[in-house]
Write a protein that binds this ligand. Structure first.
Ligand code: BJ8
Length: 394
């Protein structure tokens, strides 16, 4: 139990408990003939899916219980995110088992060529659900990358038109870009509140909100954000989760690295239970998902290609943009220390750790690197390391 669980905004409860209502909503949509697209990565633009009249739900797995199912098909030594995602898909609806989750409701998976584990697993996923893989240039800097990605997005637009039977118009795309930008701006507002000396929301709660970003419908998520911001803005700094004293010695932490899909809150929980205060997440379950807006004044497909190819993922090379971003966030959110969070066998983020550590060292910001999986076997050991880190920062 963290101190912040006392910050009971009604909307937080709604967001955290929204899963079964969303399943019913998806089932209703399917009955009405709407197509449901499953995605596993930020590089797949929602705007194109929505402009085609389909809905979207994320399939990234964060639960440990699906890992052993996947290990019947996949090697043990690949990252838990992929194993959990694949295990959940195989276990839900596509193997004769009746679906009881969103994993069994999608008509098509739109995947992406990022890390090796993902792209090879997508080849197997195609046996369970139609899977389309979007190709990405791996060197994102420069006009050639944007041109290539634009061609890929145009092909993807055609796939969505074929799936739904609807034409994707320029007007519809522009409308969806404006709508997605509204969500991004709301998230900026919410994150701005976390720059306060006493943020109105805990890191753990914020991560749970971000885990629902691509589970809930875009409109429901946006509406929930508006209400949450209203509630948070009305919260007086000295009335948050008790007295000011409670926060006096809480080191401000940025968590940076691999995504933390629904079910994988082990490390943030340890950090906040052991005295830290997470004020920002440099993560796909954080700033990477909303930091940059899409240019509303350009040809919409070009604007989408330009914005999405810039996502600073470690699958790209070089990825200096991510390092710059980490330093910028550390300054903006006045962090005392960074927890570099990586999943086992995620080579991209694990190798990039060296550059992250060097950059933070040069900036005089302490960093603790934690490499883990979705099991509880290392909770105590991580706890001891976090204790020592907090003590050093206090
Ligand atoms: S944009 S981080 S969502 S690829 S953790 S499966 S990279 S081995 S999830 Fe990702 Fe898109 Fe990048 Fe974000 Fe591979 Fe690493 Fe596993 Fe990963």
């Amino acid at each position: 139990m963290t101190h912040f669980e006392a910050t009971c905004f009604e909307t937080l409860d709604y967001i955290k408990n929204s899963y079964s209502a969303r399943i019913c909503q998806l089932e209703e949509e399917k009955k009405a003939g709407k197509k449901i697209v499953g995605t596993l990565c930020l590089f797949v633009p929602d705007e194109i899916i929505f402009a085609a009249g389909a809905d979207r739900v994320i399939l990234c797995g964060g639960k440990n219980d699906a890992v052993s199912i996947a290990e019947q098909y996949l090697p043990r030594n690949i990252c838990p995110l992929i194993k959990s995602s694949f295990g959940s898909i195989v276990n839900n609806g596509y193997s004769g088992v009746k679906s009881c989750s969103h994993f069994g409701l999608v008509d098509m998976v739109v995947a992406e060529n990022t890390c090796d584990s993902k792209k090879k697993t997508y080849e197997l996923m195609g046996d369970y659900v139609p899977t389309y893989v979007l190709d990405l240039p791996q060197k994102p800097e420069g006009p050639a990358a944007v041109k290539y990605f634009l061609e890929e997005l145009n092909k993807f637009k055609g796939i969505m038109e074929e799936l739904t039977g609807n034409k994707v118009t320029v007007e519809q795309l522009k409308k969806e870009i404006i709508s997605s930008n509204e969500t991004r701006k709301l998230l900026h507002r919410l994150y701005d509140l976390r720059k306060r000396e006493y943020p109105p929301i805990s890191g753990l709660d914020m991560i749970k909100v971000m885990q629902k970003q691509y589970v809930l419908s875009a409109e429901d998520f946006k509406e929930a954000l508006r209400t949450l911001i209203n509630e948070a803005e009305q919260t007086r700094a000295d009335s948050i989760a008790g007295s000011k004293d409670e926060f006096t010695h809480r080191p401000r932490i940025m968590i940076s690295g691999c995504p933390m899909p629904g079910g994988s809150t082990k490390v943030p929980e340890i950090i906040e239970n052991r005295g830290g205060l997470i004020v920002v997440e440099e993560s796909c379950t954080g700033t990477r998902s909303f930091w940059d807006l899409v240019d509303e004044n350009k040809d919409p497909m070009t604007a989408l290609a330009e914005r999405y190819i810039k996502i600073p993922c470690s699958c790209m090379t070089p990825n200096d943009r991510r390092i710059d971003n980490i330093l910028e966030l550390a300054r903006e959110f006045k962090v005392d220390g960074v927890v570099n969070y990586t999943l086992q066998f995620c080579h991209g983020y694990n190798i990039e750790r060296y550059k992250v550590q060097q950059a933070l060292k040069n900036a005089g910001i302490p960093v603790l690197s934690i490499e883990t999986d979705y099991s509880d076997s290392d909770v105590e050991q991580i706890g001891l390391r976090v204790d020592a880190f907090m003590e050093m920062l206090s």
